[in-house]
Design a protein around this ligand. Structure first.
Ligand SMILES: NC(=O)C1=CN([C@@H]2O[C@H](COP(=O)(O)OP(=O)(O)OC[C@H]3O[C@@H](n4cnc5c(N)ncnc54)[C@H](OP(=O)(O)O)[C@@H]3O)[C@@H](O)[C@H]2O)[C@@H](O)CC1
Ligand SMILES: Nc1ncnc2c1ncn2[C@@H]1O[C@H](COP(=O)(O)OP(=O)(O)O)[C@@H](O)[C@H]1O
Ligand SMILES: [K+]
Length: 494
């Protein structure tokens, strides 16, 4: 799915109005109906809705939603926030239409005019959407604060008020509604994808409001969000008369004393990817551990008992993954450097291997089209980008992928897969249950296995991240989100 900036969304909005054709007021009505249908499905009549509306089109949506909810028999109060002298025509028309359901509007000019809140009250935040063009001040800031303080449950329409929609927004986040649910129109907004901003949305629900398909197809954007639909067909169905040799042979180089579990996790995930054969190169002390925990894999033992010191590449290997639990010894670095010179097949570099390449500044040796899978800490070591600055991190990952002709899979809640053409594919699956040691090792084994099957590096990264996230979602349901460990993800790979 493509993701767009606020100005591109306005263009698509305008194209819909002209080409469908549909009037702007009817488009607001359609948007509002999709939201009220969702709300009616999700809430029973024991709640009462306090609908807070700005004076632009986001507010117009709120007014129309309030009308629909009143018609459906809910207890509804409507508050218009007087942040400008007049509203848009869609706002004004929807104020008039409240008379149809005998709803009054309470204008809020000061914080003291905010309503009393009881435990049944749910706030609907339709104050500002993609129109946010300056930091919140005055009454808007006060109202957002009051919503934060007063309501446990908030439904934001399109965008939580105060949250910039774009990644390059010059508006610094200050006050912002922290939503329980965000009902966003047609596309998740770019800001939802990054740490530090995405936290404000709560659960995101995409409302299809039938915007112009042709325009959506025609407008270029570097940003995409992977959905189940996007990964269909990347991995081919198995053929009736096929054999293991048809599905590639992966080599995993992983583990050192005290971190052999990382090699086990990567190996087992690689086996579950569909790869025909998996060989794992480990320090010799790991032989029994690996053979017992992953009997399907072949083991290639290092001369060293405790770390990896050289990595011969067996014949007919079709992809190599190196890094999980590798350790940071000089001898392992030498093994890595030699591997970089020898390797003729797709390569994935993760974890300690990224660290070793960074501290020795060996990036010029990186084979083109390699897949790198750093988390924010590893990416900091690679580039120096501050840990807390997720937008700069994303930009740096895009630049890195371009400069080094590789795929950078920046791990996080919405992992960002950056290719050498500047495109970004956010992964749309996943669960916070996965924020636990070893999850990354599972991902690197899985992607190595997909590479081994001949799937192109970008597609292997996209599919791997998707399958990994789906496993996390499903295991979180079955086991409960606190009890999930990385090995569980392997059992849920499909
Ligand atoms: N696109 C679509 O597909 C569809 C979109 N729809 C809906 O329209 C929404 C966009 O509507 P919108 O353009 O009227 O902007 P919105 O967010 O209501 O802001 C209104 C105005 O507020 C003002 N303002 C901004 N920041 C401010 C601040 N800090 N402090 C004070 N004032 C501030 C600023 O006006 P200004 O003050 O600059 O004159 C701004 O223009 C969108 O999110 C969705 O809900 C659907 O109905 C139909 C399909
Ligand atoms: N909150 C989250 N939501 C979704 N996925 C997450 C979340 N936290 C972590 N993950 C995923 O879990 C994995 C963690 O990887 P990593 O940090 O490398 O773990 P480790 O180094 O312990 O193996 C990544 O694929 C990441 O995308
Ligand atoms: K809003």
């Amino acid at each position: 799915m493509k993701l767009f900036s606020a100005s591109q969304i306005r263009e698509i909005d305008q194209a819909t109005i002209e080409n469908e054709p549909i009037s702007s007021i009817d488009l607001v009505e359609r948007a509002a109906s999709t939201c009220s249908d969702w709300i009616i499905e999700a809430y029973d009549h024991s709640v009462s809705f306090h609908v807070f509306c700005g004076m632009g089109n986001n507010g117009a949506d709120g007014l129309a939603i309030a009308r629909h909810l009143a018609l459906a028999g809910y207890s509804v109060q409507v508050f218009a926030i007087a942040h400008r002298s007049s509203g848009t025509s869609n706002f004004t028309r929807n104020i008039e239409r409240l008379a149809e359901v005998k709803l009054d509007v309470h204008y809020v000019n000061a914080k003291k005019e905010m309503p009393e809140v009881d435990e049944t009250a749910v706030a609907i935040d339709a104050i500002l959407g993609i129109g946010l063009d300056k930091p919140l001040r005055g009454i808007l800031k006060d109202v957002v604060q009051a919503i934060q303080e007063g309501y446990d449950h908030v439904i934001s329409i399109d965008v939580p008020t105060g949250l910039p929609s774009d990644l390059d927004s010059t508006i610094k986040l200050s006050e912002c509604v922290e939503a329980t649910h965000t009902l966003t129109f047609q596309f998740p907004k770019l800001s939802f994808m990054v740490a530090g901003l995405g936290e404000y949305t709560g659960d995101v629900h995409v409302m299809d409001i039938g915007l112009d398909e042709e325009k959506i197809h025609d407008i270029d954007t570097p940003y995409h969000l992977t959905t189940g639909y996007d990964v269909v067909g990347i991995r081919q169905d198995r053929k009736a008369f096929s054999h293991k040799g048809d599905y590639g042979h992966a080599l995993i180089a992983a583990g050192h004393k005290g971190m052999l579990g990382a090699a086990v996790l990567a190996t087992k995930a690689c086996l579950r990817s569909g790869a025909g054969l998996v060989t794992t190169h480990i320090p010799s002390m790991g032989c029994d551990v690996l053979q017992i925990s992953a009997p399907e894999a072949m083991v290639q033992l290092d001369h060293s008992e405790t770390s990896i010191t050289s990595i011969p590449i067996p014949k007919r290997i079709t992809a190599v993954g190196i890094g999980p639990g590798l350790g940071r010894e000089k001898s392992s670095f030498n093994a890595l450097t030699a591997l970089l010179e020898d390797v003729q097949v797709p390569l994935l570099i993760d974890a300690d291997a990224l660290h070793l390449m960074s501290i020795t500044d060996s990036w010029s040796k990186l084979p083109a089209n390699s897949v790198l899978t750093p988390h924010a800490g590893e990416f900091h070591t690679m580039t120096g980008v501050e840990f807390g600055d997720s937008i700069s991190r994303l930009e740096a990952a895009r630049r890195w992928a371009k400069d080094h002709h590789c795929i950078v899979l920046l791990k996080g809640a919405y992992s960002a897969i950056c290719d050498s053409s500047g495109n970004v594919y956010f992964n749309g699956s996943g669960h916070p249950a996965m924020a636990a040691g070893g999850s990354g090792d599972v991902l690197s084994g899985l992607i190595t296995g997909l590479l081994a099957q001949g799937i192109a590096p970008l597609k292997a990264a996209i599919l791997g991240a998707w399958l990994h996230g789906r496993a996390g979602e499903e295991v979180a349901i079955d086991r409960g989100e606190h009890a999930v460990v990385a090995s569980d993800l392997i059992d849920y790979l499909s």
